[in-house]
Design a protein around this ligand. Structure first.
Ligand code: 3HC
Length: 295
């Protein structure tokens, strides 16, 4: 398949990443089927796309007409078969848990067209293990976006053990069509490149606070004003979703060892469903606006 043969992109999952990826694909002119398991989830995702495109138009990052055209290209769906029947490229962005993803791939394989490429937006899980559930491991790869997809330039394109070179090249071309910068990750190892570096940083910040060696505000001030990252470690954790960082760490802990043990503070946030911006509370409060005050 050539880049020109890709007309319809199906995005599975309408959460933070799913709706952001659907938005990016629609802005690039593709017809997008965005699917989640409940009507409420797809509607929330659709409204988030409308909100985001509106913001971008307000800030002259695209015109009103372009924003309207992009939102019209997105079809929110619950039925898997309907979502993928005419898909040339499927991007999966369902929760970061191996069993959930495997179930989705089992269902997807039985209804997707033979020619379609499957790309997972997993943050850390093994591409090769996920590909085994399908009958197309050569047309299966990682396509990892960053939060928020519409603002972040990078896309990691990850090879599984059996991914064909043409699949990787086509995925890189598609990332460029999305006006992103793809970086090839040639080895399928937990967390790939970015999360192998970034998630331990967020975890270490939690350990510092856990052991009462620093406050959240002090850590975030140093991350932002000392290391020059655009957000503090805790601010970023809330942006990414504390459940996402936790699941990435759990997996890295299991596969790579002790150094990646999730800090109890992070575990507690997940247990209390204080997942960050998406639930209105994480390390900071978002109910009355951003709520982040870093001295
Ligand atoms: N769509 C449209 N607008 C958005 C938006 C979205 N999805 N998200 C935020 N905005 C808006 C905000 O509401 C705000 O609007 P306001 O000015 O009206 O209040 C505005 O964007 C802020 O944007 P600015 O350009 O003014 O601010 P910044 O220069 O700080 O840029 C940022 C924002 C690009 C998000 C920047 O803070 C940043 O780069 N943060 C780091 C994000 C990051 O590192 N992400 C990767 C995390 S790791 C990951 O995702 C991997 C996963 O697998 C774990």
């Amino acid at each position: 398949m050539e880049l020109e043969d890709i007309n319809t992109v199906a995005v599975l999952g309408a959460g933070n990443m799913g709706h952001g990826i659907a938005e990016v694909a629609a802005m690039a002119g593709y017809d997008v089927n965005m699917r989640d398991i409940e009507e409420e989830f797809v509607q929330d995702g659709y409204e988030s796309i409308e909100w985001s495109l509106d913001k971008l138009a307000e800030k002259d990052r695209l015109s009103r007409d372009e924003a309207d055209a992009a939102v019209e290209r997105v079809t929110p769906l619950v039925d898997m078969e309907e979502a993928v029947a005419d898909a040339d490229f499927v991007i999966e962005a369902v929760p970061e848990q191996m069993e959930i993803k495997k179930d989705v791939y089992g269902e997807l394989e039985s209804v997707a067209p033979d020619h379609a490429i499957f790309a997972t937006n997993t943050s850390s899980l093994s591409i090769s293990e996920l590909a085994e559930v399908t009958e197309r491991p050569e047309r299966f790869c990682g396509m990892h976006f960053f939060n928020p997809p519409v603002r972040m330039q990078l896309v990691e394109v990850i090879s599984g053990e059996q991914t064909a070179e043409e699949t990787l090249e086509l995925t890189e071309d598609l990332a460029e069509e999305f006006e992103k910068t793809p970086v090839r990750v040639h080895k399928d190892s937990p967390g790939f490149i970015v999360n192998r570096i970034l998630v331990p940083l967020m975890n270490e910040a939690c350990w510092l606070v856990n052991e009462d060696e620093a406050t959240i505000a002090a850590v975030d001030s140093t991350t932002k004003y000392g290391m020059g990252l655009p957000m503090g470690s805790f601010e970023l954790g809330d942006q990414v979703g504390n459940d996402v960082s936790y699941h990435v760490l759990e997996y890295m802990h299991e596969v790579l060892g002790e150094a990646y043990e999730p800090a109890p503070l992070l575990e507690e946030k997940v247990r209390n469903e204080e997942l960050g911006k998406k639930t209105g509370k994480g390390f900071y409060d978002y109910e009355d606006g951003p709520g982040v005050e870093i001295p």
